[in-house]
Write a protein that binds this ligand. Structure first.
Ligand SMILES: *[C@@H]1O[C@H](CO)[C@@H](O)[C@H](O)[C@H]1NC(C)=O
Ligand SMILES: *[C@@H]1O[C@H](CO)[C@@H](O)[C@H](O)[C@H]1NC(C)=O
Ligand SMILES: *[C@@H]1O[C@H](CO)[C@@H](O)[C@H](O)[C@H]1NC(C)=O
Length: 500
């Protein structure tokens, strides 16, 4: 109105010029039409969490909307819009505080573009928005739907008894938007139809989904549960469902096996402990053994590093063993009595000399192939001295016999033929049966002899128990065989002394 008045006051030239300018202005900024419409997309606008998104809304026809009011609001909340443009500017109030600082109109109001740009999109931003444009005479509104695909958690599968040999498999997951699709599949990837899908919404409007399925499991059949929004937005879990009954059986079997394993384990532990003790003992023995290695004969004394003297009778007597004589190995002139403890030479002229060709001795029941062994024999008993006085068998010996030694009397009793002995011969005194024999210096009244066989060290030693002294050590008792204590009684019976 005012403009028109000014024009009437102006001169003709000026009028023409102003008219021309006015026309240009009109073409650029058409006045608000009486009626307009809004153009919005048909489908929803898809966005991602935290992204910026534009909700398009344009006027038709195109005209400058700066003088108009633009209001963007959630359909349920028109009083507190997300954005309010009024009086040529964006208003601070009344607006929804959740959108403060995140919304703008960047499309160009002068070109009729009232699109809303929303930044840092949250899950709550999803939903329907209303684009509302108005002047004094007219208003128009249109809905724009903001959609967001939110992929939820990995499905959790649980198995419970379903009755009738079946299992009830449940699949559940949460945090989805929009509503996802749940699919059951078997091992062959074949879909198992199931309408039992339940959706529940959380406070943020995200969806939880769950479904259960009755299934007859066979041993190797797994089930898969897939929850998806699209090919790219999906999550899958698998389960190998077992019959609850089979479970129980499996549990019992496992329990029994565990118990057996436990028993076996404790047995092994016991054996190991025992073995360890034995190892210790062995170690002790071998320590002792090393000491014995030193002595080569009765007079020469050698000690091994860290060893003790083989001549120490107190050391070797620690290996004392109970041994007995084997009657079956006795020569027919030898009688074994006192439960295998005593061997006595008896000259019975009337006896059939079935074993005349054999050495007149007897072997022990025990044989030794390893470790250390000590035994004691009594070779002199004054009480029987006179009784057997003229039997003519004054010679005796004790020692060891190799288990494969030939015992016929034609075979000499020497180490070469498998005998290592200390013997006494009438007129020759005490000897060891090396070839030729080696004299040993022993008191004439020797009565108790200690014999120490160290298989591991290939030695055999003799001791005078009465004087607790060393007599002699063989160092050539080669242990590829076992050895048996051997006793040949003479004028006196030979008695094994087992008492300590
Ligand atoms: C309107 O503005 C939005 C946001 O700036 C833009 O994406 C859209 O292309 C504009 N529309 C037209 C028709 O120019
Ligand atoms: C299977 O388990 C679900 C719960 O996970 C339960 O709601 C449903 O009733 C069960 N179905 C049967 C047949 O037991
Ligand atoms: C979002 O989810 C819908 C199904 O709800 C799906 O059709 C669409 O392809 C998904 N969008 C993308 C980008 O994956």
């Amino acid at each position: 109105m005012e403009t028109n008045r000014r024009i009437t006051r102006s001169g003709v030239l000026l009028r023409v010029l102003i008219l021309a300018a006015f026309t240009v202005t009109i073409t650029a900024q058409k006045p608000a039409p009486e009626v307009f419409t809004l153009t919005v997309p048909n489908g929803p606008i898809l966005t991602r969490l935290n992204a910026s998104v534009t909700l398009p809304c344009e006027l038709s026809p195109i005209f400058n909307v700066e003088p108009l009011e633009v209001r963007w609001y959630r359909s349920e909340n028109s009083n507190r819009p997300a954005l309010l443009y009024k009086d040529h500017k964006i208003q601070e109030a009344p607006v929804d505080p959740r959108y403060r600082g995140r919304v703008s109109l960047t499309g160009g109001l002068e070109r009729g573009n009232v699109s809303l740009t929303l930044e840092r999109v949250t899950v709550e931003d999803r939903g329907e928005y209303v684009c509302h444009v108005s002047n004094e005479r007219w208003y128009e509104k249109a809905n724009v739907y903001l959609s967001m695909n939110v992929t939820g958690s990995a499905p959790v599968l649980s198995v419970a008894s379903g009755g009738g040999g079946q299992v009830n498999v449940t699949c559940s997951s949460e945090g989805w938007s929009p509503q996802p699709k749940l699919t059951w599949r078997n091992k062959e990837e074949t879909e198992i139809k199931n309408e039992q899908v339940l959706f529940t919404s959380d406070s943020q409007g995200l969806l939880s989904v769950s479904s259960w399925l009755l299934y007859s499991p066979s041993d190797s059949d797994w089930l898969s549960c897939t929850i998806s929004l699209s090919e790219e937005e999906k999550r899958e879990s698998r389960v190998l469902p077992h019959k609850p009954g089979a479970w129980k059986e499996a549990f019992i079997v496992t329990l029994v096996l565990s118990l057996i394993l436990l028993c076996a384990l404790s047995t092994v532990v016991c054996i190991l402990l025992k073995h360890r003790d034995q190892m210790k003992l062995e170690q002790n023995k071998s320590e002792t053994k090393q000491l014995f290695k030193g002595t080569e004969n009765s007079l020469e004394k050698r000690t091994v590093k860290e060893g003790i003297n083989l001549e120490d009778w107190h050391q070797v007597k620690a290996f004392k063993e109970n041994i007995t004589m084997d009657e079956n190995t006795a020569h027919s002139d030898i009688r074994v009595t006192q439960e295998g403890k005593t061997a006595q030479y008896i000259k019975e002229k009337e006896m059939i000399k079935s074993s005349i060709q054999r050495h007149p001795h007897v072997l022990a029941n025990q044989s030794f192939g390893s470790e250390q062994h000590y035994w004691e024999v009594k070779v002199r008993d004054e009480t029987v001295d006179k009784e057997v006085g003229d039997c003519g068998q004054l010679s005796w010996y004790v020692g060891v016999s190799r288990d494969n030694a030939k015992r016929t009397s034609t075979v000499p009793v020497t180490p070469l033929h498998g005998f290592w002995t200390l013997f006494y011969e009438e007129g020759k005194g005490f000897h060891v049966n090396t070839d030729p024999p080696t004299s040993v210096h022993v008191r004439e009244d020797l009565s108790m002899i200690g014999v120490f066989l160290d298989c591991d060290n290939q030695s055999l030693s003799f001791y005078n128990v009465d004087t607790e002294s060393h007599i002699y050590t063989f160092c050539d008792v080669v242990t590829s065989h076992k050895f048996l204590p051997v006793f040949r009684p003479g004028q006196h019976p030979i008695t094994i002394l087992n008492e300590n």
